[in-house]
Design a protein. Structure first.
Length: 179
């Protein structure tokens, strides 16, 4: 049986969960999310707790059990607290600016990069070299942050590029003078 699937999900005040026809809808103060459940999983609600139960006899049952529980928990946390990723931009002349629903990034190329923000994602430029991506969908927040980082990943010699906050960049030694 799945260890993740056995854990009980605590539902905070202001969050409601509806489950019917294999779809779980989670509503909270920050918004609404839904996920379809696979067959072989049942949901039991008791007061302010929710438990996902594995009813499948198949070999993939425990994996689906844990996955379903993790997805529902991510939605509960998303609609109550939200998710955020912080990106740092390192490099001379590298900076970000927010204009409407798109980010303008200058990352050392001959041109600026316009990055449109998808629906459900908010961006905040704290300083020109620090960018915060936030939203209620954990997967979407992580994917948008990864797409921005992919535009100029940090290089190992000077560390220039877009990196996550707290990410360690393994540095390499540059060319050494001839002996």
């Amino acid at each position: 049986m799945s260890r993740v699937g056995k854990k009980i999900i605590n539902i905070p005040n202001g969050v409601s969960i509806d489950w019917k026809d294999g779809e779980v809808r989670v509503k909270g103060p920050k918004g609404e999310l839904s996920v379809k459940t696979l067959p072989g999983v049942d949901i039991k609600m008791e007061g302010n707790t929710l438990q996902v139960v594995n009813t499948s006899e198949e070999r993939t049952g425990p994996a689906i059990h844990g996955l379903t529980r993790a997805l529902i928990n991510n939605q509960v946390v998303g609609v109550s607290e939200g998710y955020r990723k912080v990106l740092e931009i390192v490099g001379t002349g590298y900076r970000a600016a927010l204009s409407g629903r798109s980010l303008t990034l200058q990352l050392g190329f001959s041109h600026s990069i316009e990055f449109p923000l998808p629906a459900g994602i908010e961006a905040r430029v704290e300083t020109p070299t620090r960018l915060e991506i936030s939203g209620i969908d954990k997967q979407l927040v992580g994917q948008v942050a990864a797409n921005i980082r992919r535009l100029r990943p940090p290089e190992p010699y000077k560390g220039k590029g877009v990196k996550y906050e707290g990410e360690y960049i393994r540095r390499k030694a540059g060319k050494s003078a001839g002996a």
